[in-house]
Write a protein that binds this ligand. Sequence first.
Ligand code: ADP
Ligand code: MG
Length: 255
Amino acid sequence: MKNILKVDKIEKYYGNKGNITKAIDNISFTVDKGEFVGIMGPSGSGKTTLLNCISTIDKVTTGHIRISDVDITELKGKKLESFRQKELGFIFQDFNLLDTLTAYENIALALTIQNIAPDEIHNRIQAAAEKLEIRDVLKKYPFQMSGGQKQRVASARALISEPSLILADEPTGALDSKSSRLLLSSFEKLNGELLSTILMVTHDAFTASYAKRILFIKDGRIFNELIRGKDSRKEFFNKIIEVVTLLGGDIGDVI
Ligand code: ADP
Ligand code: MG
């Protein structure tokens, strides 16, 4: 299968002489098309830094990151901006919807900036709304929606431009358990039916158990990898808890 993402020996340092934090310490891994990969690790282990480097929000200190065969560590300015719009979809913990736009308009925005025709936009939004069960909130503004609905609208916005890679940082962090389940089953659907490639950072073992493979990081390095294989989600969850315990994380932190 083809690599959508290739992270090659990256390091990230923050600060300057005398006061340096090594947030990422020589990480390499690849993600194939259609994979659903989780990244777990204790607080401060470098998860967000890693995701920010992949999402082009931050720059690596050394090493290379290729997405769909483009080396993003070498992209700048307009090229970087257009790459981000076309190839990446983002889902954040706090949704990042625009308050003055309806759900429909929030989702459409990702396509209007790419000059896609209104009819095509309409069709794509209807299809996404169906998949994510948000048809009845399309005319609503964010303040009229529940947290779970907002996050499913944000997910529709992330996938509507058919990006090569969907990046999610703690997507269930602000959701109750029922909304989390609904969101995560939509992720499973997007991954299973549309073959969307998803990379999701979470410190929550339940959320992580929906992924098919998990990379564990500690002190900026990959510490372990778990592959779900034929395990049920419950079995996978139990294996995740074992690794988290080994990692020395606070167990109360992850359940
Ligand atoms: P996680 O998301 O796993 O909690 P982060 O990637 O946010 O971890 O942080 C990894 C390490 O890098 C931590 O030690 C953190 O303090 C440090 N760090 C993160 N961002 C910055 C920054 N902008 N400036 C300095 N240090 C940072
Ligand atoms: Mg973080």
